[in-house]
Design a protein around this ligand. Structure first.
Ligand SMILES: Cc1cc2nc3c(=O)[nH]c(=O)nc-3n(C[C@H](O)[C@H](O)[C@H](O)COP(=O)(O)OP(=O)(O)OC[C@H]3O[C@@H](n4cnc5c(N)ncnc54)[C@H](O)[C@@H]3O)c2cc1C
Length: 555
């Protein structure tokens, strides 16, 4: 390799949604592009994710006839994100997002479909939409990638060989309860059989998004280096002009004629940074983020005097963390009707069906020295266990033996016995009160089931889809931790994703997008896909800024 080979127009650090979106956009503008990825797999947390994007006003929503407008979406961001983030950035997101979705759809293999009814997380807020604004990746055949598919990070979800979209899952969850659930399970089964017959390996969710992005980059002719961690930024005068990267045991300098886009994720796996910034207690063991995310971009950006924000925030994900196993993210599981989450004393403290991010915030806010919420206890009765998918287990499928053997799962014939077992004296009265709410269909304490969002994963056959009595033993108790699907604080950027100093001036040649940048969503999480949508949109904007108006279109 010669020195000339080590110069690109755009150098991108990290191969998740933000990284691929930047490199793909560069190729679409006729710019040369290289992604350097620290691990031996491409895809980052994005490959492990649901892959959904929350991009108000995109054409999929128009096609579904939802009537979303800039004004409506802006009112919603103002109502949820508020002034925690400058208006210019919220505005930039709403302008860039739909254009990015359209261009990727028209010119790359990246395809999304609207997820009908997957409500905004605060649909009752001004501008909120109960029909939702979320779109998820279209299913794709891994075999289209050929040998490139081997290096993709895989999610390893417990789907028993089935390929499920997020939309499928909502109905499958009710397989034992509704005809829609049964019909959907037949469809998902038929899809699996069809794929097997045709020799296809179908991917959905985040894996589908990353596979589609990898395929697009390949077709457009961008480069990707694996096992090539960024170790430093090259600065000449005031400008970032390249990166230092370890490759094959040696440090190399790769020059970036146009700019460097940092897209290396957050710091979920760095305990020291977690202890420094996040609310206590906190642990790397509770994160769902992919390996290798230890705040590299944050450190390098700070060395250049970049401003930071939102470092005390995660994208919260209430989780079961069985010892020695990957954590399990409780998304739909908290919509189950016959289930409560209580503090150490056995008292409820929140609407269990609330959006996951809001639930984690509440876990920390409600923590008390005499009744901790970290961990909390999730209590489930035998009827709920038999009726619904819970923790990836189908209705009726027993909990893994190792969970009771290790003491992770506690079980008792009566609520009173369970309360003694977990030392939560208030549990019996909490359950009695909750069962009263189930009878009237109204949760007078926390309004569970009041929001359209709560009901999305509830049982539609019940008057209040999120409320049912816990009255059939055995009763189960499992600890719940305030996990995360990533950190949301990082380098402060403007509407074109340029990294800013404390005084608001941009660091020339340096851009940041995705979880290494401070989130445009501020302290909240407005809807399904509100991390990947901005990651892609701001990377698209960054490269447009690099390309400038006169750059020729398309390779
Ligand atoms: C189970 C789960 C479900 C989720 N569902 C959704 C969803 O449906 N919608 C949504 O919006 N969000 C979802 N999320 C969150 C979402 O996945 C992340 O917020 C998002 O993928 C972050 O994208 P990113 O490009 O910033 O980072 P990532 O996708 O994590 O990519 C960062 C990459 O940078 C690499 N890297 C780190 N340091 C270096 C270095 N020094 N040099 C080179 N490379 C480096 C990492 O190895 C990694 O590959 C989910 C997350 C999880 C875990």
């Amino acid at each position: 390799m010669t020195d000339a080979d080590l110069t690109y127009d755009v150098v991108v650090v990290g191969s998740g949604a933000a990284g691929f979106a930047a490199a793909i956009t560069a190729r679409l503008r006729g710019l040369t592009a290289l992604i350097v990825e620290k691990t031996d797999r491409y895809g980052g947390s994005t490959a492990l994710s649901g892959g959904a994007i929350w991009v108000p006003g995109n054409f999929h929503l128009d096609r579904a006839g939802l009537g979303d407008t800039y004004e409506k979406a802006r009112a919603y961001l103002d109502a949820t994100v508020g002034d925690r983030v400058p208006d210019a950035r919220k505005d930039a997101y709403l302008r860039h997002g739909p254009r990015m979705v359209r261009e990727f759809h028209d010119r790359t293999a990246v395809r999304f479909m609207y997820t009908p009814g997957y409500s905004d997380y605060f649909p009752e807020a001004l501008g909120g939409m109960a029909q939702g604004r979320s779109a998820e990746p279209c299913v794709v055949d891994l075999k289209k990638l050929g040998p490139l598919g081997r290096d993709m990070r895989r999610a390893g979800l417990p789907t028993y060989g089935l390929t499920m979209t997020s939309y499928d899952f909502r109905y499958l969850n009710m397989v034992g309860r509704t005809w829609a659930g049964k019909r959907r399970s037949v469809r998902v089964g038929a899809r699996a059989v069809g794929a097997a017959v045709r020799g296809r390996k179908l991917l959905s969710l985040g894996e589908a998004l990353i596979a589609r992005m990898r395929l697009s980059l390949e077709r457009l002719g961008g480069d990707l280096w694996l096992s090539a961690p960024l170790t430093g930024l090259v600065v000449e005068g005031e400008r970032v002009t390249g990166v230092r990267v370890l490759r094959d045991g040696a440090e190399r300098v790769v020059r970036a004629r146009g700019g460097v886009v940092l897209a290396s994720g957050g710091f979920s796996h760095d305990q020291a940074l977690r202890d420094k910034y996040l609310p206590a207690p906190t642990s790397t063991e509770w994160t769902h983020a992919s390996e290798g995310q230890v705040g590299d971009a944050l450190r390098l950006g700070e060395e250049l005097g970049a401003a930071t924000d939102l470092l005390d925030k995660v994208w919260g994900a209430p989780s079961l963390c069985p010892p020695g196993e990957k954590p399990f993210f409780l998304v739909a599981d908290r919509g189950i009707p016959g289930m409560v989450i209580v503090n150490a004393a056995g008292e409820r403290y929140a609407n269990e069906a609330a959006p996951y991010h809001a639930f984690v915030d509440r876990m920390y806010a409600a923590d008390r020295p005499d009744a901790t919420t970290v961990p909390s206890w999730l209590i489930l009765d035998a009827r709920s266990k038999a009726r619904y998918i819970f923790a990836g287990l189908f209705p009726g499928q027993p909990f893994p033996k190792r969970w009771s053997e290790s003491g992770f799962l506690k079980q008792a014939a009566t609520v009173e016995e369970l309360s003694t077992l977990i030392d939560a004296p208030q549990l019996p009265s909490t359950i009695r009160r909750f069962n009263g709410f189930a009878e009237t269909g109204r949760d007078e304490d926390f309004g569970r089931g009041d929001s359209v969002y709560d009901r999305y994963y509830g049982d539609p056959t019940l008057p209040n889809p999120n409320l049912a009595a816990l009255d059939k033993g055995p009763f189960h108790a499992l600890p719940v931790h305030p996990g995360d699907i990533g950190t949301k604080g990082g380098l402060v950027t403007d509407g074109d994703a340029r990294v800013l100093r404390e005084d608001g001036t941009p660091v020339a040649g340096l851009y940041a997008s995705g979880n290494c940048s401070a989130a445009v969503m501020g302290e909240t999480y407005p809807g399904p896909g509100a991390t990947i949508g901005p990651a892609m949109a701001f990377s698209w904007a960054a490269v447009n800024d690099i390309a400038g108006p006169s750059t020729p279109d398309a390779p």
